[in-house]
Design a binder for this molecule. Structure first.
Ligand SMILES: NC(=O)c1ccc[n+]([C@@H]2O[C@H](COP(=O)([O-])OP(=O)(O)OC[C@H]3O[C@@H](n4cnc5c(N)ncnc54)[C@H](OP(=O)(O)O)[C@@H]3O)[C@@H](O)[C@H]2O)c1
Length: 293
């Protein structure tokens, strides 16, 4: 059994959907990452073969004014989770983010590139990575990026809605990343968990795992629009905009494409091209199965 920390999030729900027989997802109040005793109880009750931490303080802008809460959930909770997993000798996959980088490299980031976060969320996640790797020899950090899915709130869902209700939308051309479809990520993480149990993958290290290739937000929205149009739906005009038009409390890195060669070489894992994930997500939304969840 694989214990997923976090139940209502995009990745947690995707993990359950990919293999509900094998994944037990627990979230608050039953499993609260800021409550050591609830972590201990969950490990004793579930007796997992591996743990995936999909819980985080992910509200990037809110984190700016809530630094203590962001660090409590993104650093202190994962550190305690890692300590307890070490005590039970259970491998741990801790999910992290492309926002540990400042986006100034001008090329996809490798695991060995220097992390230099620009905002509180990124600093708290980087601190979490370091704490987890220090606390547990069988902990692996997997950095992903620009996660979207049929679940919760995310860029694909938001833009698919706006494209169908507005005449024109402005979408930024000066932010580049690696859009990652949560169900693809979930399937790969489950294989990685198997690899860790069998000691097939390098443990206690960092891997990048995201949708293959890089996209601007504008290119991402163009694929959403093309998929809607294929289905005969009318969509808004897409205007090229600059990130400066959308000021937000947290500064965001401009280019955080992730180089995912290492996990492919070490563990044989690669996610499909980002366009395929976006298309799959839009088609799923159109099928109405999870559109308003
Ligand atoms: N979203 C992105 O674009 C993105 C990009 C890069 C990396 N990531 C990383 O990918 C991972 C998954 O992201 P996601 O998009 O699936 O996140 P999400 O949808 O925002 O879900 C996060 C989940 O964390 C859980 N949580 C919050 N406080 C908790 C607590 N005290 N104890 C236990 N669980 C708690 C919540 O589940 P409950 O309410 O059930 O407790 C929440 O649903 C995170 O590590 C995130 O940093 C995400």
């Amino acid at each position: 059994m694989i214990l997923c920390v976090g139940a209502s999030g995009q990745l947690a729900r995707s993990l359950v959907e990919v293999d509900g027989k094998r994944v037990r997802a627990l979230g608050r109040p039953e499993l609260d990452l800021t409550d050591d005793r609830s972590i201990q109880n969950a490990l004793e009750t579930v007796q997992p073969d591996a743990v995936i931490n999909a819980a985080a303080f992910t509200a990037v802008d809110d984190a700016e004014a809530n630094e203590d809460a962001a660090f409590a959930l993104n650093r202190d909770g994962p550190e305690q989770l890692a300590r307890l997993c070490a005590r039970h000798d259970v491998p741990l996959i801790h999910v992290s983010t492309d926002f540990v980088f400042d986006g100034k490299k001008g090329a996809p980031y490798s695991e060995t590139d220097r992390a230099a976060p620009l905002n509180v969320y990124g600093r708290s996640k980087l601190a979490g990575e370091e704490a987890v790797l220090d606390a547990h020899p069988r902990a692996m950090v997997v950095r992903t990026a620009w996660v979207h899915s049929p679940f919760g709130t995310n860029f694909t869902k938001l833009m698919a809605g706006l494209l169908q209700t507005r005449e024109e939308i402005g979408v930024v051309v000066d932010q580049v990343g690696s859009p990652t479809y949560a169900p693809d990520l979930a399937a790969a993480l489950l294989k990685l968990a198997d690899g860790m149990q069998n000691h097939q993958c390098t443990e206690n290290g960092i891997y990048h795992l995201a949708g293959d290739g890089g996209a601007t937000r504008h290119e991402w929205v163009s694929v959403i629009a093309d998929t809607l149009a294929e289905r005969g739906l009318k969509t808004a005009r897409i205007r090229e905009a600059s990130a400066r038009e959308f000021p937000a409390p947290a500064q965001r890195p401009n280019d955080t494409r992730l180089n995912c060669m290492k996990i492919q070489q070490d563990c044989g894992l690669a996610l499909p091209a980002w366009q395929e994930g976006v298309r799959a997500c839009v088609l799923r939304l159109l099928s109405g199965m999870e559109g308003s969840a």
